[in-house]
Ligand binder design. Structure first.
Ligand code: NIG
Ligand code: FE
Length: 391
């Protein structure tokens, strides 16, 4: 197996407490994995050498909550919201998610793939090596299958595919949400059998599904051995977090209206708090997630783009690091952990997220002196090179 020594670099390993900085560092890659890392003076011999010219190396970024597969956009809805309509009002009026569902159903698989690949390319250009991609704009078996297949066909990053059939009520099921949930539960084994599902998500909200309906989706996932996660307490406190925690959810996401009980439930179940500053910002939300309570309770916090056409049309993970600090007051270290170590945990992937011997050689070379600069700048992309699986 070929061995390459990446030297003349400062490493931010994010292993253990703090940044895990190694000043004059080097990293030995063997095949797809990190074989060794430490001070350059102690580096083992390798047949290939790569001079990093003083770059900062961090783990590759992991965007653990995205809705990359859809057609159309919602710029008109953005305008309506600025003129005074609320996100809920637009959704109840048949717009919102439902309008993206119409556009997505009208698009071909190849069109959806081209759109999603272009979005993923933008994330990759800022250092993303692993991404989670949800369905949820199909809302029929056929269309959800197409969206998940598109997720599987994306190139350039490892993709974890999540079935979000319970995102909104499909138009065929108006006034029959329980029947729709029954249908979603029937789709899951079919989609799983086709190898299209890594996890199951739902939107538990007064404009989404009730905790009782969400539970049915989680039970169906549990029967299949699929991990669950939840869009929880985004617009109101539905106590979806407690429900998700009782199913050992990987993450609960958004959490602006999370209660103290919800925080405790997450702490007990080891569920990751997925913070989505893009949606908070774009909805002009003023209710902050209870960051200090999450911190005090030791709940791991992750940060993601939540890229979607309605609430977070951003394709900049670096901007999300900045907003996690400016909007949510995470420290730059917490923000970067949120898109590396804790994002890996939120996807149940133990083989990445830190620079540690034995883990995957997924890392980024940045034009930066110190890792806090990744959250400090906004609108600047200091990525020099992205390495995934050693290449
Ligand atoms: O993560 N809240 C539900 N789902 C998405 C938004 C979907 C949409 O508006 O298209 C979110 O914010
Ligand atoms: Fe989302």
């Amino acid at each position: 197996m070929s061995r390459t020594l990446w030297h003349n670099a400062r490493l931010a390993t994010l292993d253990g407490e703090g940044w895990g900085l190694i000043e004059d560092g080097a990293l030995l890659v063997e095949g797809e994995h990190i074989a060794w890392l430490g001070e350059a003076a102690q580096a083992p011999r390798a047949e290939h050498q790569h001079d990093c010219a003083g770059a900062l190396i961090t783990p590759g970024l992991i965007d653990a909550h995205t809705h990359l597969v859809y057609a159309g956009n919602r710029s008109r809805e953005f305008e309506l919201r600025l003129l005074g309509a609320s996100y809920e009002q637009i959704a109840r009026g048949g717009g919102g998610i439902r309008s993206t569902v119409a556009a997505t159903r009208a698009a071909s698989e190849e069109e959806l793939l081209a759109l999603a690949q272009a979005r993923l390319d933008a994330l990759i250009a800022e250092g993303v090596t692993t991404v989670e991609v949800k369905s949820g704009y199909g809302l029929s078996l056929e269309s959800e299958r197409t969206c998940l297949r598109v997720a599987r066909r994306l190139q350039g990053a490892q993709v974890q595919a999540t079935c979000l059939g319970a995102h909104a009520l499909a138009p065929e099921f108006v006034d029959r949400p329980d029947d729709y949930i029954g249908a979603v539960c029937e789709w899951l084994p079919l989609l799983q059998a086709e190898g299209l599902v890594d996890a199951v998500d739902a939107f538990c909200e007064n404009i989404g599904f009730t905790p009782v309906q969400t539970r049915r989706v989680f039970e169906a996932a549990q029967r299949l051995g699929l991990p669950v996660k939840l869009h929880a307490e985004q617009l109101s406190d539905q106590q979806g977090t407690q429900l998700a925690a009782s199913f050992g959810a990987l993450s609960c996401d958004h959490l602006e209206h999370l209660s103290a009980e919800g925080v405790q439930a997450m702490a007990a179940s080891g569920t990751v708090a997925m913070l989505l500053p893009g949606a908070y910002y774009f909805l002009r939300e003023t209710q902050l997630p209870p960051i200090e309570q999450l911190r005090q309770a030791g709940v791991p916090m992750a940060v993601a783009t939540d890229h979607n056409p309605g609430t977070s049309p951003t394709l900049s993970p670096l901007l999300m690091l900045n907003m996690a600090c400016t909007c949510f007051r995470l420290t730059p270290e917490e923000a970067l952990r949120g898109m590396t170590v804790n994002a890996a945990r939120a996807l149940g992937l133990a083989d990445r997220g830190r620079l540690v011997a034995g883990l995957r050689a997924d890392f980024c070379l940045w034009d930066a002196q110190h890792p806090s600069e990744l959250a400090y700048y906004f609108g600047r992309n200091p990525l020099r090179q992205r390495v995934r699986g050693g290449l």
